[in-house]
Ligand binder design. Structure first.
Ligand SMILES: [Fe+2]
Length: 603
């Protein structure tokens, strides 16, 4: 039984393929079309999933789409009567969804009649909840989904048991923790789609001196919460996402009102300096999110009586809040799958159909994020030849696995910045040891080196460590597993100086715990580094620079050539930069590469 989940015509377009209850492949469209957070129809991701399983589109039995136009129809109609534009946008979106079988037939150039799959619409937040619970290690768990908006709701909570989910409640538009966070992110001058994590990083530099104001912005309503709509504009103008026609980059209009500026002062312009006030507002924003979230989770704990929790939706990416759950709420285990945001809807919709619709028992657990494309050694070599790597003066070695791991660890320990391309691309927005840039966390200067030479990002944003799972308790006060880099924990007082380049200003790290059985190769390279240095952790940042994480060997080589990275490890090859014997400089090589697609699309 083959089930294809498709998140289409929505940010983070993606596809996931579940065959007989086992996840076979999952990927975001952005990794293929190289447009960050790409919306539209994920034809390349679908193509990849089918190829990974050796299937044709005509072999698919069920297609699951994470949107149900009939959900909350009464509320939508009432709103549409006041907002004709909303009605027009909804009608357009529904037409797009109804056209998915046609879009598939067109993309795969087959007669629509050959697509025999049964079509299922799964409500947005049910798909989010399913994306976490049905791939979690828990047979019974409390479930919470929280994001900006989907199917006219922002929040949903439930109990998961076996292959069923019992929904307890939801919070409808216009009240939304996601919109609250995004609106204030915009106010603080961060307008790009997906910038909320920057403000979360900024919050650590401030004090929550505006908390009383923010308690008015989001009111605690006992079991639920409400936004004070005077501070917002989305209920008047709509909060629907749009995307640029040219490259399908998603965008949201202004969500905050003039009243917010009256209360807090004029919004920060994107190019204005970050002042103390902005940091304090970020800290207050974060503190109020945590208050509301923990209040909600306490209620959910009391309601469900289970010590296991699954989180999904964009709010589940707030690793700072996630890391505090264990000390604030009696949950003992928390699972968040790596694509907790809207990309994960494709996964959730597919598993929802397998379990909740087809009533099949649970048999799959997501232990790693390696669900994207893989490349053979010969494909890697072919890419190196095509990019003329051997002729460009690089030092290229093909090594045994053992030697490669030792050499890589040695490079990291001596201060080199290493591109690490290994196995299948990750599912979700975090590099987790397959498409990562690795560096030495012991060197205080490494953060600036990475920012200056490679990543070009805001100086206040921290880098994150990957640590051997068995060593996490030795370094962190909270050693709950964080295999997908979704929790931030404080370092133990005696380890505060151990990882200076991967520790945030508040003494926490957004860590990835790496277990041997989940990613053996990555675990081994960290262990080699530990043998050399006594530190069982490396800096792990994503293999990109303000563009989607690299997917193919060719993209990794292009990126290696464009930046001041020292070493590239791909498969069994180690490539080091050095000046060639004929004096040819690497700038010549870089200039021969494909232009940066992301830069091209921005220009
Ligand atoms: Fe969502």
């Amino acid at each position: 039984m083959n089930i294809l989940g498709i998140n289409a015509y929505h940010a983070n377009a993606s596809a996931a393929l579940v065959c007989d209850g086992q996840l076979v492949a999952a990927a975001e469209e952005e990794r293929f079309n190289r447009v960050k957070y790409a919306a539209g129809f994920p034809v390349a991701a679908i193509r990849y999933c089918l190829k990974a399983a050796g299937l044709a589109i005509s072999d698919i039995d069920h297609i699951a789409v994470p949107r149900n136009p009939w959900a909350r129809m009464g509320a939508k109609l009432l709103y549409a009567m006041r907002m004709p534009r909303f009605a027009r946008e909804r009608a357009k979106a529904w037409a797009s969804f109804a056209d998915i079988p046609q879009a598939l037939a067109k993309s795969f150039e087959i007669d629509p009649k050959r697509i025999r799959a049964q079509f299922h619409r799964v409500e947005h937040h049910r798909a989010h909840l399913a994306s976490a619970f049905f791939v979690s290690p828990f047979d019974r768990a409390a479930l919470l989904s929280a994001d900006g908006l989907g199917d006219f709701a922002s929040t949903m909570w439930a109990t998961g048991e076996g292959s069923r989910m019992r929904i307890h409640g939801s919070i409808a538009f216009p009240h939304s923790l996601g919109i609250y966070y995004t609106a204030l992110t915009q106010y603080l001058g961060f307008w790009s789609f997906g910038d909320e994590y920057k403000v979360m990083g900024l919050a650590a530099y401030g004090e929550p001196t505006y908390i009383e104001e923010f308690r008015r912005v989001v009111r605690d309503d006992g079991a639920t919460f409400r936004l004070d709509l005077e501070y917002f504009s989305h209920h008047r103008h709509g909060a629907e996402m749009s995307w640029r026609e040219a490259d399908k980059t998603p965008a949201l209009g202004r969500l905050f009102s003039d009243y917010l500026e009256k209360r807090l002062g004029l919004a920060r312009r994107p190019d204005a300096p970050l002042e103390r006030k902005h940091k304090d507002i970020a800290a207050s924003l974060q503190a109020r999110l945590e208050e509301i979230l923990f209040q909600k989770l306490k209620g959910l704990y009391a309601q469900t009586g289970t010590k296991a929790l699954c989180l999904a939706g964009g709010v589940a990416f707030n690793c700072v809040a996630n890391g505090k759950i264990f000390s604030q709420v009696p949950f003992e285990k928390v699972f968040i799958q790596p694509a907790a945001g809207d990309a994960g809807l494709a996964l959730g919709a597919a598993f929802y159909v397998w379990h909740a619709v087809l009533r099949q028992p649970r048999s799959f657990q997501m232990r790693h994020a390696s669900w994207g494309p893989d490349y053979s050694s010969s494909e890697i070599r072919a890419a190196m030849e095509e990019k003329r790597l051997f002729e460009a003066g690089f030092d290229v070695s093909e090594l045994s696995e053992e030697q490669l791991l030792k050499d890589t660890a040695q490079h990291i320990a001596q201060g080199d910045v290493v591109g690490w391309f290994s196995g299948r691309a990750e599912w979700g927005p975090r590099a987790l040891g397959n498409r990562s840039i690795l560096a030495d966390p012991r060197r205080p200067e490494m953060k600036d080196i990475l920012n200056r030479r490679i990543k070009h990002r805001e100086s206040f944003r921290p880098f994150a460590p990957s640590i051997l799972a068995e060593s996490a308790g030795e370094f962190f006060e909270n050693a709950h597993p964080s295999p997908f880099m979704t929790f931030a924990y404080p370092l133990r007082p005696d380890k505060r100086q151990a990882l200076p380049a991967a520790t945030h200003v508040d003494g926490t790290c957004r860590l990835q715990t790496v277990a041997h059985d989940d990613n053996q190769r990555y675990w081994k390279v960290i262990r080699e580094f530990a043998k050399l240095t006594g530190i069982p952790a490396v800096i792990n940042t994503s293999f990109n620079d303000n563009e989607p994480i690299v997917c193919s060997p060719g993209e990794a080589i292009d990126y290696f050539g464009r930046t001041h990275m020292d070493v590239l490890v791909m498969g069994n090859y180690v490539v080091c930069k050095r000046t060639s014997a004929d004096g040819k400089q690497f700038s010549e090589f870089a200039s021969s590469l494909e232009p940066n697609v992301a830069s091209r699309s921005r220009s």
